[in-house]
Design a protein around this ligand. Structure first.
Ligand code: RIB
Length: 346
């Protein structure tokens, strides 16, 4: 006979009290005064029977499941791992559990995850998109579930979003290399469907234009925000007809891949080629040479995303913003100079 879970009815029967009394104790109802002896007896029976409150039943009663859906492209990327960890910590402090979903930059997978999160009646979704406009967004927009987007501004969701000024980040990275005398700056982009990548490219182009340099499309190679993608893209650049003296990779993992490629080609970093990344993941300062990069305020992104989520959820938010336009929360990136970049060798 399969072991069935103890119910509040079982507890009431064993403790010799009403089911309502058991419910008051289970739900911590302070509006009803319960004699200490009765409370102790009920708690003892709960422990004896191994009673676990039914979260689904509680959710139906309260209208909350105390769960947050978090959708990111790939939490093996330390950037997303840190975001997830901060959000999980902040959620735990407020009595929420986090359901983490990896979309792998796969829109079908992203859509399937959103279906599950909505079916589980999560109290809200913190959503980092993995590509252009998708069915998943349409579903989130149509649902009344509060949504906070991070990393990509998805205004058609009419929700609040927490992003970085990526264009400024791309400008700072490129300007740093130009200030060091580099004129052939290679660029390894992220997936072209992501605004976080297209904005960085715009910043790269801004810095070149400011220096009076034309954009050489032969120096711009697509990447995938992964180490292997960065390595392959850097090999293309370093074996190209106009070998760059510096490479700007749109995230730290691809910058690490670019440093690996330089090693394969027996090029020294930064003596033969400078490399700058983006994110400032913990690994950036641990590798050799330590990576010059553009730092994103990762813990601040998570804190703001959670703040917006709580504001929407506790205000009975329905995932749609107030009639006025909802501002994006735009944070600033900062240049962190380490050992992987140096003035061009004369
Ligand atoms: O490293 C992952 C990248 O994807 C980060 O730069 C983040 O901004 C996201 O766009």
């Amino acid at each position: 006979m399969p072991r069935t879970r103890a119910t509040q009815t079982d507890i009431a029967r064993r403790a010799g009290v009403s089911q309502a009394m058991v419910s008051y104790v289970v739900n911590g109802n302070t509006r009803v005064s319960i004699p200490d002896e009765t409370r102790r007896r009920i708690e003892a029976v709960m422990q004896e029977l191994g009673y676990v409150p039914n979260a689904l039943a509680r959710g139906l009663r309260s209208g909350q499941t105390r769960t947050i859906g978090l959708v990111v492209p790939d939490n093996t990327n330390p950037f997303f791992a840190e975001i997830a960890r901060h959000i999980e910590n902040l959620g735990f402090e407020k009595g929420f559990s986090v359901i983490l979903c990896n979309s792998d930059y796969d829109l079908v997978k992203e859509n399937a995850h959103v279906d599950v999160l909505l079916a589980k009646q999560v109290d809200g979704v913190i959503f980092c998109a993995s590509g252009g406009a998708t069915e998943a967004r349409d579903k989130l927009r149509a649902s009344k579930t509060p949504v906070v987007t991070i990393d990509h501004d998805i205004s058609n969701l009419r929700n609040e979003t927490v992003v970085i000024d990526y264009r400024l980040g791309g400008y700072l990275a490129t300007r740093h290399l130009l200030d060091q005398g580099h004129r052939r700056v290679g660029c390894i982009t992220g997936p072209r469907t992501l605004s976080s990548s297209t904005e960085r490219l715009a910043g790269y182009q801004d810095a070149l234009a400011e220096a009076g340099l034309k954009v050489d499309t032969g120096l711009i190679v697509p990447g995938d925000f992964r180490i292997q993608g960065g390595e392959a893209a850097a090999l293309r650049l370093l074996n190209g007809r106009r070998k760059p003296s510096a490479i700007f990779a749109f995230n730290d993992l691809m910058a690490i891949g670019a440093i690996q490629s330089a090693r394969i080609l027996e090029l020294k970093v930064p003596a033969d080629v400078s490399v700058i990344g983006f994110d400032d993941i913990p690994l950036a300062q641990a590798i050799h040479p330590a990576l010059t990069t553009i730092a994103q305020p990762i813990s601040e992104i998570a804190r703001l995303a959670m703040e917006v989520f709580l504001k929407q959820t506790q205000a009975g938010g329905t995932g749609t913003a107030t009639p006025t336009a909802v501002p994006s929360l735009v944070l600033k990136p900062t240049l962190i100079v380490r050992s992987s970049t140096a003035p061009i060798a004369r």
